[in-house]
Design a protein around this ligand. Structure first.
Ligand code: PRX
Length: 660
């Protein structure tokens, strides 16, 4: 027995084999081939990655040493020199890809732009030269605060081109959040836009930048480059602010890629921990380039003929790795879309798929559940026959949503690639390979070759089959975070000292609970702090939520623990209902019984609360911390600045609609 027993009670036994034709043509086309790769990488991780680094990337100078592992600090490809933008741009210009679309971009109002590799290269060089003129040089940090427009990617690449590290702050974050991040990164410049279009409204980004920089709150920032998007009125500070469209025409269209050391800082990306201020996750150049390149190539079976679309925002790691660097390094065509499904155009995603013939579609469970709620008519009215692979990321996907995705979007033809990873891991860690791995709804399946994942107890002892425990990684991988920016101590404590190293074995602590079944499939049970202990039994919140969502009346649910004298903790479930369903006491009783039927009496919710909406972060994660406060009748404690819609909280406070 492990010392924690996250009991997994949800049984999902369906498996889905890769479609034969897809498997035959895939980069990795059978389980035997996957296992061969996995075993090869396990036996000699450094050799495995070195071989791929040589095959897949272009280097200005070869490395001296593949891996230098001085726990918890890893260095990959030391002595090597490269530039990630060379791999993403220049090397394609000498091939037929020169005039291939790198980005197909569509704006929320319906405007669109296609940038070929040659055009993208030109724009990146121009912005890189402008940055130089602004006084930005190698080693500096640049804040990027942008809507989802091509210039967001151009800005990232322009920084990397000259060896400046970018720190992208999601355009939905507030001025305060932006300020904190700019201060922590000691950014020298900021790249932003006048505004962006989101849900039919203009988001005034430049105003937020002005607010963040007001009163010299970020003394390190000297210049602000502003892209014109919405043409809304902005104030330009003389001597500080520069319009991109004014300097772009005269900027030189050539800027050689700065030779970077493999371990030079590529970017910082802030992510919230369960406590404290956001952590600046540090990623470096070569390992990140290689790992995002390989994972995208194999896990999405990326081919030159694909039209690949990841619906994330570049403000998140998913956007960094799998909208910008991974696709471009592979020479792919990537769709970039400014909009999100909104009342005026709920079917916009399916329009984009149809319009551009998207073949690979990568989104998040929270979006999938929203689509389910909107009904099948929207996707059914579009031609989705171009799709061949579907992906999901961000949270455990409940089997109900998985099956809907499989049937209604994938028409039972497209493998679903459930990718488990984190800002810290840089790239996919657990993922099916669509031509090889039989999938099970709700499981991120198996480790990517080269990833030694395990489920262990607090002492590092492996859990048995189907026994809950902590998800850990037992060997460094090329794109792992190198440190927390400016806080090595936090890096050690958060990730490497949760489980004490033993006999030279270090454990990267992911902060997720998981179990592994008898077939070696991993099942993520959510963050460790989202686990509820009822009468000494730990239950993954996701499993109870899955059960609830499988009831026809339920659209979405979030389950939290509430302190309970008898049981330790009791389960409180917040539930939003499907369009036609009506909140009532009878329905509450029915849902409780439904959970009992699905999982067992141990999981019976003590309370069901109906809600119009759940409090979510702008990235779509349910803010359980707030729900825990509400459930226990406590005051809302801590930071609520990442909440997408504050009125949701007020409505929840006022009680559920049924009792109103
Ligand atoms: O709890 C896991 C969940 O998201 C966390 C990482 O969040 P973030 O750094 O914001 O990165 C999200 C995009 C990579 C993980 O610790 N998570 C992510 N993907 C999955 C997931 N949980 C279950 N299944 C997934 N596929």
């Amino acid at each position: 027995m492990t010392d924690i027993t996250i009991e997994s009670v949800l049984q999902e036994n369906r498996t889905f084999a890769p479609p034969t034709a897809l498997a035959q043509a895939a980069h990795v086309s059978s389980m035997a081939q996957y296992e061969e790769l996995y075993e090869k990488a396990k036996a000699d991780p450094a050799g495995f990655w070195a071989e791929l680094a040589e095959q897949e990337l272009d280097w200005f100078k070869p490395w001296d040493k593949v891996l230098d592992w001085q726990p918890p600090f890893a260095k990959w490809f030391e002595g090597g020199k490269l530039n990630i933008t060379y791999n993403c741009l220049d090397r394609h210009l000498t091939t037929w890809r020169k005039n291939k679309a790198a980005f197909i971009w569509e704006g929320e109002p319906g405007d669109s732009v296609t940038l070929t590799y040659a055009q993208l290269h030109r724009q990146v060089c121009k912005m890189a030269n402008v940055l130089k003129d602004m006084g930005v040089s190698k080693g500096d940090r640049v804040g990027i605060y942008m809507p989802m427009i091509p210039e967001a990617a151009i800005a990232m690449l322009a920084c990397a081109r000259i060896g400046a590290a970018h720190s992208v702050v999601f355009g939905g974050f507030s001025a305060e959040a932006l300020r904190d991040r700019l201060v922590d990164a000691k950014a020298k410049a900021v790249i932003t836009a006048d505004g962006g279009f989101r849900k039919d409204k203009v988001v005034h980004l430049k105003d937020a930048v002005d607010q963040a920089l007001a009163d010299n709150a970020v003394p390190s920032v000297q210049k602000v480059l502003v892209v014109q998007r919405t043409k809304s009125e902005v104030t330009m500070a003389a001597g500080r602010d520069i319009w991109w469209h004014e300097v772009e025409p005269d900027a030189a269209a050539d800027c050689p890629a700065e030779p970077m050391d493999s371990e030079d800082l590529l970017f910082i990306l802030y992510t919230s921990g369960s406590t404290g201020k956001p952590k600046g996750v540090v990623h470096t150049t070569a390992g990140y380039n290689l790992y995002t390149h390989m994972t995208l190539k194999w896990a999405f079976d990326l081919k030159d003929t694909d039209v690949y679309w990841c619906t994330a925002d570049v403000g998140w790691i998913t956007g960094h790795s799998y909208i910008v660097y991974g696709p471009l390094s592979n020479g792919a065509t990537a769709v970039m879309y400014e909009g999100v499904p909104r009342p005026s155009n709920p079917g916009c995603f399916w329009d984009v798929v149809e319009k551009y013939g998207v073949t690979i579609f990568y989104t998040a469970p929270t979006a999938i559940r929203a689509f389910i709620k909107m009904g099948n008519d929207l996707p059914n009215a579009r031609d989705l026959s171009s799709l061949r692979i579907l992906g999901t990321v961000g949270e455990p996907i409940n089997p109900e949503a998985w099956i809907w995705y499989h049937k209604v979007i994938g028409k039972e033809r497209c493998p679903i690639v459930d990718t488990w990873w984190q800002t810290e891991t840089g790239g996919f860690m657990l993922t099916p390979l669509p031509g090889a791995t039989p999938t099970k709804p709700g499981s991120a399946t198996k480790p990517f070759p080269g990833i030694l994942a395990d489920v262990v107890d607090m002492n590092g002892k492996p859990a048995g089959d189907d026994e809950g425990g902590y998800l850990v990684i037992k060997h460094p991988w090329p794109s792992m975070l190198r440190t927390v920016y400016g806080d090595e101590d936090r890096f050690r404590k958060t990730y490497w000292e949760q489980i004490e190293p033993k006999d030279g074995q270090y454990f990267y602590f992911a902060g997720d609970g998981a179990r592994r079944d008898k077939d070696g499939y991993f099942w993520i049970m959510g963050r460790v702090d989202d686990v509820i202990n009822v009468s000494g039994h730990r239950l993954g919140t996701m499993e109870i939520e899955s059960a609830l969502v499988s009831h026809p009346a339920v659209a979405e649910s979030a389950v939290v623990g509430r302190p309970d004298d008898l049981k330790g903790e009791d389960i409180v479930a917040f539930v939003t209902l499907e369009g036609g369903a009506t909140a009532s006491e009878d329905l509450k009783a029915e849902l409780k019984q439904h959970v009992v039927n699905e999982i067992g009496a141990i999981a019976r919710p003590g309370e069901i609360r109906f809600a119009e909406a759940l409090p979510k972060t702008r990235s779509g994660k349910i803010m359980r911390r707030l729900l825990r406060n509400l459930a226990s009748g406590a005051e809302i404690a801590g930071d609520t600045s990442t909440l997408e819609d504050r009125t949701v909280l007020d409505k929840l406070r006022q009680g559920d609609p049924e009792s109103a």
